[in-house]
Write a protein of this length. Structure first.
Length: 234
């Protein structure tokens, strides 16, 4: 059975707004829909507000130890993964009750369950990279990056009104936008983690970048249907 792999940015699950309840209910329905179509799912959940809050609190004491700050971020991603896993179990999905802490365990658990949910693995990257590594390991057709922007842009559209929106782009074009494969400061990232982008480029793994706040777009991408967003391929 084919597995679809997606990373859901923590800002989708843990924004500081009220409609996150609706979003989570929609996610549970979408997952049910996709597994009923015969796909397995591996979902990697980002840290969002708790990661930023926790890293921000600790930064006054731990300001140069990036690994320590990363570990706080990882704890937040696992908290969020637990919320998603428990919500999916409660709504009748066959979800692994354990949150894997590394790629090998995630691959193993996905053999026995329709859905595996996890957060981060180790310091030095973000959950985008975890999902891309997992998609590569599972031989998935692509890795879905559900974030809070609609597309990949040539530069930040909030600060540059001439930013170009990509419907499709190559890995080469993406790597020019995200920059070298280096870990940025804990708790901060651009549209895609450059480390993950470079792994995808080397593995020739397609990426699907979309606005995950729109559950229908996310459901369509998970189900292998066309979706509004950016396809990174070739
Ligand atoms: P996220 O994956 O949420 O990072 O992990 P992000 O992309 O910066 O945040 P959003 O999704 O846009 O809100 C949160 C933080 O946890 C650490 C990193 O410090 C990251 O910034 N982390 C996460 C790791 O060190 N390793 C991991 O495998 C995952």
């Amino acid at each position: 059975m084919r597995t679809r792999v997606a990373t859901l940015g923590g800002s989708l699950l843990r924004p500081e707004v009220e409609d996150r309840h609706e979003w989570l209910i929609g996610l549970c329905k979408a997952v049910n829909d996709v597994t009923s179509s015969g796909y397995k799912l591996a979902l990697v959940i980002g840290g969002g507000a708790p990661a930023r809050e926790g890293i921000g609190l600790a930064r006054s004491i731990i300001n140069t130890n990036t690994e320590a700050l990363d570990r706080i971020g990882i704890a937040a991603t696992r908290l969020n993964a637990t919320i998603v896993a428990e919500a999916l179990i409660e709504t009748g999905n066959d979800v692994c009750p354990l949150i894997p802490t590394n790629i090998q365990d995630a691959v193993e658990y996905s053999e026995n369950h329709d859905v595996v949910v996890m957060g981060g693995t180790e310091p030095g990257h973000t959950t985008d990279t975890v999902a891309i590594q997992l998609a590569k390991e599972l031989g998935a057709e692509c890795c879905i990056i559900a974030t809070n922007v609609g597309h990949v842009y040539s530069s930040d559209p909030r600060t540059n009104e001439d930013a170009k929106k990509f419907e499709t782009m190559t890995h080469e074009e993406l790597s020019e936008i995200v920059g070298p494969a280096e870990h940025q400061n804990a708790g901060r990232s651009g549209v895609i983690d450059p480390i993950g982008a470079s792994i995808a480029k080397e593995a020739l793994l397609n990426l699907a970048v979309l606005d995950g706040r729109d559950i229908e777009r996310l459901r369509a991408a998970l189900n292998g249907e066309s979706f509004e967003g950016t396809n990174v391929e070739g």
